[in-house]
Ligand binder design. Structure first.
Ligand SMILES: C[S@@+](CC[C@H](N)C(=O)[O-])C[C@H]1O[C@@H](n2cnc3c(N)ncnc32)[C@H](O)[C@@H]1O
Length: 250
């Protein structure tokens, strides 16, 4: 194996290692926001709004988590939903994504605490969350890591607490899937390059997406943990949402 994102040959195990992922997003951080917006024709922003719209209504939304929070791309959508008293802990692995998120947190009316950490290695307060949200952070987890994430989600939510995760997905129709993957793997890297990013970094997003497929598997994992989870496909399967709640009430 040549250990570099500039190498074409990358072993599957390597791309799910936290150091690899953190380097990847550190490297993409400068161009990520713009490239993401332009290359998705604004769809990623729309899907973030939909992620928050699917978050079930509950009595209280005072304390929550934004997992794999990046540079706080979900906060604009969350701002419309949360009161000024609400507090969100935003967790991201990448130092630079975390640093940029920390700079932005004062722009929002709710309180934000940013943490740079691997969500699967953190010890967080059991049943401390009224809600958990996450946008585009599932695809860089392999099967086993997704199972751990489902367990973390269940442990963090209080009974009655809600969650919503959105991720880019592989459309089920062949007619759409083939051009979609071609676009992700070959054209997005070119767009990334045009905006001064590293095209190999952007190519990885397509590779992760192809391996991830969609949020259906994660929906089953959340159900196995005892959560009430619903799966929804967005825009002909180009993205998918899993949302629901932890049964019970406090
Ligand atoms: C594609 S970005 C999504 C960022 C943002 N949520 C958005 O809507 O654009 C995925 C983020 O997940 C973070 N990430 C990946 N694995 C993680 C882990 N195990 N723990 C915490 N953050 C992680 C990466 O550092 C990266 O910033």
């Amino acid at each position: 194996m040549k250990d570099s994102r500039n190498s074409v040959k990358i072993e599957t195990e390597t791309i799910y290692e936290t150091r690899y992922i953190s380097n990847l997003f550190n490297s993409m951080s400068k161009t990520y926001g713009l490239v993401n917006y332009i290359s998705s024709f604004g769809f990623t922003e729309r899907w973030r709004h939909q992620c928050i719209a699917y978050l079930p209504e509950t009595g209280q939304m005072l304390s929550g988590y934004d997992l794999m929070s990046g540079m706080g791309e979900l906060w604009h959508s969350l701002n419309k939903r949360l009161s000024k008293k609400a507090k969100v802990i935003a967790i991201d692995l990448s130092e630079i994504m975390h640093r940029e998120a920390t700079k932005k947190k004062e722009r929002y009316s709710f309180h934000i605490e940013t943490l740079q950490a691997d969500i699967l290695q953190l010890t967080l307060v059991y049943e401390s969350a009224d809600f958990i949200v996450s946008s585009f952070g599932l695809k860089t987890f392999n099967h086993e890591q997704l199972q751990n994430l489902a367990e973390v989600t269940c442990n963090l939510l209080r009974p009655g607490g809600t969650f919503s995760f959105v991720e880019i997905s592989s459309p089920s129709s062949r007619w759409l899937r083939i051009p979609f993957h071609f676009y992700l793997k070959w054209l997005i890297p070119v767009i990334g390059r045009i905006f001064n990013g590293n095209s190999n970094d952007y190519r990885m997003l397509g590779i992760y997406c192809e391996k991830f497929q969609n949020a259906y598997g994660f929906t089953s994992m959340l159900r196995e943990q005892g959560l009430a989870a619903e799966f929804k496909s967005l825009f002909f399967g180009c993205a998918s949402v899993v949302y629901g709640c932890k049964p019970g009430s406090v």
